[in-house]
Design a protein around this ligand. Structure first.
Ligand code: THU
Length: 135
């Protein structure tokens, strides 16, 4: 099967990165979620002087999709300005595993490096809803 065309998704993640609010780390991250129906939801990291209140770009994108009832996440692109592509943090891996379990994750940097992976690659043996049903 042909690889889907992710050009618009990647462009959305690049544009979202330019909206990052990063007065503390100065590390801008852009993300975009693509739904099965073709809608794009951008996300950027949004920091806070109370540092733990910061939200990562990946979660902003996924939460934006969920906020309008879009649960069918086909792909998630994440862009950073790093030598190698950057991998999502642990919290985002957990959120991706639950909210976008079958998506294609595309990690990119500004040099044009791309890496495709799955939520399972990022977080194997993850904790999930099934574990709660025994309690
Ligand atoms: N950040 C993300 O947006 N996504 C990640 O997966 C890793 C980290 C953000 C959070 C913070 O604003 C900055 O990058 C430095 O950690």
């Amino acid at each position: 099967m042909d690889q889907p065309d992710y050009a618009d998704l990647i462009a959305a993640a690049l544009a979202a990165r330019r909206q990052a609010y990063t007065p503390y780390s100065h590390f801008a991250v852009g993300a975009a979620a693509l739904t099965g129906s073709g809608t794009l939801f951008p996300g950027c990291n949004i920091e806070n002087a109370a540092y733990p209140a910061t939200v990562c770009a990946e979660r902003v994108a996924l939460f934006s999709a969920y906020a309008v009832g879009e649960h069918d996440i086909a792909a998630l692109a994440v862009v950073t300005d790093t030598d190698d592509v950057a991998r999502p943090c642990g919290v985002c891996r957990q959120v991706i595993a639950e909210l976008a379990p079958r998506c294609t994750v595309i990690l990119l940097n500004l040099r044009g490096d791309q890496q495709f992976c799955t939520p399972q690659d990022l977080l194997p043996h993850s904790f999930g809803a099934a574990h709660l049903s025994n309690s």
